[in-house]
Design a protein around this ligand. Sequence first.
Ligand SMILES: Cc1cc2nc3c(=O)[nH]c(=O)nc-3n(C[C@H](O)[C@H](O)[C@H](O)COP(=O)(O)OP(=O)(O)OC[C@H]3O[C@@H](n4cnc5c(N)ncnc54)[C@H](O)[C@@H]3O)c2cc1C
Ligand code: FES
Length: 287
Amino acid sequence: MKSIEYARETAYNPFYPEMMRIVRRYNLTDDVRLFQVRPPDGKKTPSVEYRPGQFMMVSVVGTGEAPFSISSSPSRPGLIEFCIRKTGTVTEALFRLKENSTIGVRGPYGNGFPVEKMVGHDLIFVVGGLGAAPLRSLLLYVLDNRELFGKVYFLHGAKKPSEMLFREEFFSMCERDDLSCFLSVDADDTGRWPARVGLVTCLFSEVKGVTPDNTYAVVCGPPAMYKFVIAELLKLNIPKHQILMTLERRMKCGTGKCGHCAIDYIYACLDGPVFTYWDVLHMRELI
Ligand SMILES: Cc1cc2nc3c(=O)[nH]c(=O)nc-3n(C[C@H](O)[C@H](O)[C@H](O)COP(=O)(O)OP(=O)(O)OC[C@H]3O[C@@H](n4cnc5c(N)ncnc54)[C@H](O)[C@@H]3O)c2cc1C
Ligand code: FES
């Protein structure tokens, strides 16, 4: 007779989390931490196959679960990375865990970025604050497949130097010849910030020579940022259906079953979290 373990291993249950080990965790800012996780040694799982822009449901046993974007790139297999801000019950429990602790992970969920359609195009990334979490995955993917894309601009803004996520990583990217990387802070409280001071929109003056019809823009950041960034992208004549944005809604199941993320006739967990500006114009509630 087949054992319960055999049934568990062979029956696909989308709500059954896979236990993964926290290999490393370190602070990116005072309240944002990067978690590098991997399946137990030697175990191959379908869940590690994902595309940039997808998210996973992460759980702490006895506390609960919440959705988090995948910050690592599928082009760098082995570890899955989550960049998590401490905001409430689940994230506080995650921050209490030490390296080698196990967490539950299910997914990946959501549509992710249409990377196949983006091939051959110029790309403009516009990132604010925690928006770096999903967009870092796409940026690393693009850099690892650099020959497939045209010009790549990466514009990243933070409130102040200590709040810029992946600061060292992005500063080292600014040295690359195949990437136009520009960083800004709203205010420099250190007096030693070596890049631009101003809102992220001030970096648009660096974007030169893109062909609008052949360009995809990718935007993720705090809600207040979208209106101004979209205005800049429209000034560059980027078509509305080629402006992509990843948006958050409250989610529970992640699989289109509970209705928590429903907006009109769409489920943000299935049809999103990546939407085009065209989608957003027809569903104002999205932002
Ligand atoms: C697709 C998706 C991807 C996400 N990616 C990340 C990520 O990469 N990193 C990260 O730190 N967070 C991310 N989040 C947000 C994260 O899931 C929430 O902050 C989550 O509620 C944290 O759980 P908690 O139990 O710690 O906080 P809670 O105790 O649930 O809530 C803390 C506070 O956040 C508010 N809140 C909860 N959910 C949301 C929401 N969806 N939108 C706005 N406010 C909310 C609550 O009202 C409360 O004020 C993502 C959310 C979605 C839907
Ligand atoms: S989170 Fe349950 S339907 Fe989207």
